[in-house]
Each structure stands twice: as C-alpha cells, then as structure tokens.
Write a protein that binds this ligand. Structure first.
Ligand code: CP
Length: 314
C-alpha cells in the first residue's frame, strides 16, 4: 500500500482491521518500526480526533509526528497551474508540497470541499495536488470526497460489536443540521460498509441522494421508520445536497433520532463520527445511552491510523 486515500479491497480492509485490533491489545507492539521516521500532518481545516489520534498512532510506532495548521499558520496556497500570483496567494502548492515531500516519510492531509465548486470537489483537486507534488506516500485525514481513517475505525467498531453468525443490518441515517456539511464521512462509510460485504440501507429526506459511485448496492429507503426496522447498527450523519450541490434541503427535526425511533430495533447500536451537534443532529438520550458507540469509534481512530501508517512503512 503506497497511499491511503480510499477503500481498496475487502482483503486489505480485513488486514487493516486485524492489525488495528492487535495494536489495540498491545499499542507498543511495533515501537521500533517507525524510529527515525517522520509523518507530517497538514490540516487545511479544523480537527480534534484526527489530529490527536494520528499523533498518538505515530508515537506508538516510535515515529515523530509534526502538525502544521496550514489554514492558520502556513502561507496562503495557490492551487491553479500557471496562475499569475498577483492576488492573495503567496505560495504555489507545487512548491509547498514538494518541500514537504523532502521533510517527511509520510504526508497526511486534511482538505475539505468548498461545497461551491462541485467539479473541483468531486475530483478531490486540492488533495490530489498534494499527492502529485509531494512524491511520498499520502494518507487522507479527510478529503473532499472521503474520510477513510474514520471509516476504518467505524468498521473496527462494527466488527467488535458483531453478534456471532449474524449478518448485521447496517443503516446510514441522515440527521438534521443548520450548516451545509460535506459528504465525505457518509460516502466513505457507504463505500467501506458495502466493500466489507455488509448489507446497507441509507435513509434520508428526498433530495439528499449521495453520489451513486459510493452507494451502488445499498438500499435507499426514504421512510425512516422502515429503514430503522430490525437495524443492528445505525450510523447517523448529516450531509448537504449532492445533486443540488452543497444546499440545505431540509432541517426537519423529526429526523433527529431519539429512543422512540428504536421501537422496532431494540438492540440497535448508534454510531457517529463526532463532532456532533447535540439535540439537533442526535439527541442526548441516544448519545449518553447504552446504544451509543461514539466514544469507542473515537478511541479506535488511534488504532486505525496506527495500522495504516504501519502498513505504509512496510
Ligand atoms: N471524526 C473526525 O474526523 O473528527 P475531527 O474532525 O475532530 O478530526
């Protein structure tokens, strides 16, 4: 594995899950593996979990992690080829990424979508520029279209809570929000859940259909109650319109899950990547109740990142 930017195969997915679980049992198992090596964690957007879990993962492998909040501390980057840089941008991506490629063994990048320039977003243009010009392995800390480290942690969490011999019903459930939110977590969760061979139902108000390249093979059920029936895992997430790109189409509060929504899914576990807007996207009673796996997912971010960095190191 050179880069880690998306789901590749069920075999690699399972290898990463198994390695992550061995690191969870013994975090310092491969302490010598990364000695003398550096990972650069470059954030063009805010983060809590991704930033800290990636740093801990690197430390567990004896590796140094250097974090740069590019959006706040770096030069304003120019992304366009051939641009005359006579406006606000100070450094071209090809120079910045090239330099970073000489400083690190692995580059990890977070670059959210604009939600206004669909063509740039769906091709992961900014993220791709770092891959193109750094010349070293790149790990996605969330791109415009995908959040694979989150999805790997989510699959680890599902595997840990699977009932033996039961094929789980997994549901991706849209929740309301007041802001336009990217599609990356939802896309990636669908991509990984289907890729790992699980049955997936996606439920959302009409108009919130995701990019079909991520949802092919899933059941789309507009009736939320029907989607939740007999569910084993319910992954709650908001996302903005994809066809009506970046738009808020509904804020209907009845889509926020509370205990009464689980009348026909008594043993369902509830997942969310965090951060979550409480009592808007998901209720306190669910987040603080026995169904919630959100803290376990966040903890598994460490071991997901550790398994990925370790595999890239070889
Ligand atoms: N889930 C997740 O990526 O969290 P952060 O945005 O805090 O890193």
């Amino acid at each position: 594995m050179k880069h880690f930017t998306q789901f590749e195969s069920k075999e690699l997915g399972q290898e990463l899950i198994d390695l992550a679980l061995s690191y969870k049992a013994n975090p310092r198992l491969d302490l010598a593996k990364g000695q003398g090596k550096r990972v650069g964690c470059i954030f063009l957007n805010p983060s809590l979990r991704t930033r800290v879990s990636t740093q801990i993962a690197a430390q567990n492998l004896g590796m140094e992690a250097i974090v740069l909040n590019m959006d706040k501390e770096g030069w304003a980057l120019e992304m366009k080829e051939g641009a005359v840089m006579n406006k606000g941008t100070v450094e071209h991506i090809k120079d910045a990424a090239g330099v970073l490629g000489t400083y690190f063994d692995i580059l990890a990048i977070r670059a959210f979508p604009s939600l206004t320039h669909k063509e740039e977003d769906v091709t992961d243009f900014i993220f791709g520029q770092f891959v193109k010009y750094s010349g070293i392995p790149v790990v996605s800390l969330e791109s415009a279209t995908r959040h694979p480290l989150q999805s790997l942690a989510d699959q680890i969490t599902i595997q840990e809570h699977l009932e033996a011999k039961k094929k789980p019903k997994v549901v991706l459930a849209w929740g309301p929000h007041i802001k336009a939110i990217p599609h990356a977590v939802a896309n990636s969760f669908a991509e990984w859940t289907l890729g790992m061979g699980h049955e997936l139902t996606i439920t959302h108000p009409a108009g919130y259909e995701l990019d079909e390249q991520f949802t092919k093979g899933a059941t789309i059920e507009y009736n939320q109650a029907e989607a939740l029936r007999d569910a084993d895992f319910v992954y709650v997430k908001n996302w903005s319109g994809f066809n009506d790109y970046g738009k808020i189409i509904s804020t209907d509060p009845s889509w926020m899950l509370t205990e009464k929504h689980f009348k026909h899914a008594k043993s369902a576990k509830v997942m969310h990547c965090l951060p979550v807007r409480r009592n808007l996207e998901l209720s306190d009673e669910i987040l603080d109740g026995a169904r919630s796996l959100v803290q376990k997912q966040a903890e598994n971010r460490i071991y997901a990142a550790q398994a990925v960095i370790s595999t890239i190191l070889g």
